[in-house]
Design a protein around this ligand. Structure first.
Ligand code: UD1
Ligand code: CA
Length: 460
């Protein structure tokens, strides 16, 4: 197998996005457009990957993690797609094989399609192979002009005659090129066209004039090569990613009550017989077990839910682990590095941060539990607050197995409530509570008779 070298064009300004951000860093389905492209290409095991950057080059470089074989080529100024590819030449000096050219703004491409393109290209010994598709609305795309059935040229929309604009087969902007003749031919592309740019698609005409073989591979599903040039197209692509993911999950046994409003990222896994209600967002590396119920309005990011977990309405869960049979919410906030034990309950208006809640423990109402390690079968009463921050540092609260924390308690960390201890309602805990003890700190109640009458001058 010849070596594969990837070149990804990402230097353009993306004017139609009307954005201060480079186009290829905009996100669809949680991933940047350029990440989608890099992922689609990852199975090709390319020897070299050259990303051509120009407009806001530094931001794009910063956003893409280093990897073996990854290079950046700077295109300054941006004189068109043909000129862009030429900038990759120094990185491919002495290399042999096939160049696969991708656009940083075409995120839905499937790895299978790329493999089919390469197979046809290498099988036919072509100098260039173009990925094409027939579309209902070809407006704006380069058109594939065929002679006697074979691809003869690509004409950009702005340069096309009325007859050429009738052609519904379009250029995807994705190609395979034999490396040997490529860069010499690129230098003979001119810029005498409607946009005054060096058009990469002109290579087709040049190769045909030189008697070199050019092939076309036509796609079945044209949606795959949708390019993102505007916010509208970004939303279109996002919607397709969503539908694809939801269809996949439903086919694997997940119930999605309202697929239109279930936003599930490409890397999220969901077990079967889990039910996902409307307006749910599952993001990042989230993994959800079997038989879970995720109610409406929930957002879960980078978290793991074991089997049989119920998340009631309107919870936010981030970077945490919720164990089997636990129940969360409604209106709970589980912040990073929290671990909710099996069958544990976290109720309404309760916030956890860096907190472990042991098996079968309950914090059902209005609590803040931060930097806390809470054992098994602990009852945390309504309005319990861990005072974990002294204005300078964070401190730990430990509540051991079987302890009972009365309502409206403040635990001033660092502090430990030992196994089976009781804390009375309205207590401020400043010192450790020994096992089996009852801690109370509130003073004795006083009733001042007749106080109201004295104050207001009237009878109660
Ligand atoms: C391009 C093709 C068109 C095809 C369409 C498919 C050309 C001239 N036209 O048009 O035939 O139907 O894609 O989506 O190639 N870029 C650079 N440097 C530049 C110009 C562009 O790196 O100087 C990059 C852009 O950042 C983008 C890609 O090349 O990632 C395509 O450029 P764009 O301006 O979007 O081309 P289209 O008009 O969509
Ligand atoms: Ca484009």
């Amino acid at each position: 197998m010849p070596d594969i070298h990837l070149v990804i064009l990402a230097a353009g300004k993306g004017t139609r996005m009307k954005s201060a951000e480079p186009k290829v860093l905009h996100r669809a389905g949680g991933l940047r457009l350029i990440d989608h492209v890099l992922r689609a290409a990852s199975s090709l095991d390319a020897r070299t990957t050259v990303i051509v950057v120009g407009y806001m080059a530094a931001q794009i470089r910063e956003a893409i993690p280093e990897r073996p074989g990854l290079r950046f080529a700077l295109q300054e100024p941006q004189l068109g797609t043909g000129h862009a590819l030429l900038q990759a030449e120094p990185h491919l000096a002495g290399a042999e094989g096939t160049v696969v050219l991708l656009s940083g703004d075409v995120p839905l491409l499937r790895p299978d399609t790329l493999r089919a393109l390469i197979t046809t290209h290498e099988g036919s010994g072509a100098a260039a192979t173009v990925l094409t598709a027939r579309v209902a609305d070809p407006h704006g795309y380069g058109r594939i002009v065929r002679k006697e059935g074979r691809i003869a040229a690509i004409v950009e929309h702005k340069d096309a005659t009325p007859a050429e604009r009738e052609i519904d087969e379009i250029n995807s902007g994705i190609y395979a090129f034999a490396l040997a003749p490529l860069f010499d031919a690129l230098r003979s592309i001119g810029s005498a066209n409607a946009q005054g740019e060096y058009y990469l698609p002109d290579l087709v005409r040049i190769y045909r004039a030189r008697g070199l073989n050019v092939e076309a591979v036509m796609l079945e599903d044209a949606r795959e090569i949708l390019g993102v040039n505007s916010r509208k197209e970004l939303a279109d692509v996002t919607a397709i990613l969503k539908t694809t993911k939801n269809d996949e999950l439903m086919a694997a046994g997940v119930s999605i009550v309202d697929p239109a409003s279930a936003w599930i990222g490409p890397d999220v896994a969901v077990g079967r017989d889990t039910v996902i209600h409307p307006n749910v967002h599952l993001e990042g590396k989230t993994r959800i077990g079997e038989r879970c119920e995720i109610n409406a309005g929930v957002r879960i990011v980078d978290s793991t839910l074991d089997d049989g977990v119920v998340i009631h309405n309107f919870c936010v869960i981030r970077d945490s682990h919720i164990r089997a049979g636990a129940q969360i919410g409604p209106f709970a906030h589980i912040r990073p590095q929290s671990d909710v034990g099996e069958e544990a309950h976290v109720g309404n208006f309760t916030e956890l941060k860096k907190t472990t809640l042991g098996k079968g423990s309950k914090a059902n109402h209005l609590s803040y539990l931060g930097d806390a390690t809470i054992g098994e079968k602990v009852n945390v009463g309504a309005g319990t607050i861990t005072c974990n921050y002294d204005g300078t540092r964070k401190h730990q609260t430990v509540i051991e197995d079987g302890a009972f924390i009365g309502s409206d308690t403040q635990l001033i960390a660092p502090v430990t409530v030992h196994r089976g201890a009781y804390v009375g309602t309205g207590t401020t805990i400043r010192e450790n509570v020994p096992s089996g003890a009852l801690a109370v700190s509130a003073g004795k109640q006083r009733n001042i008779e007749g106080w109201v009458e004295k104050k207001k001058g009237t009878k109660a």
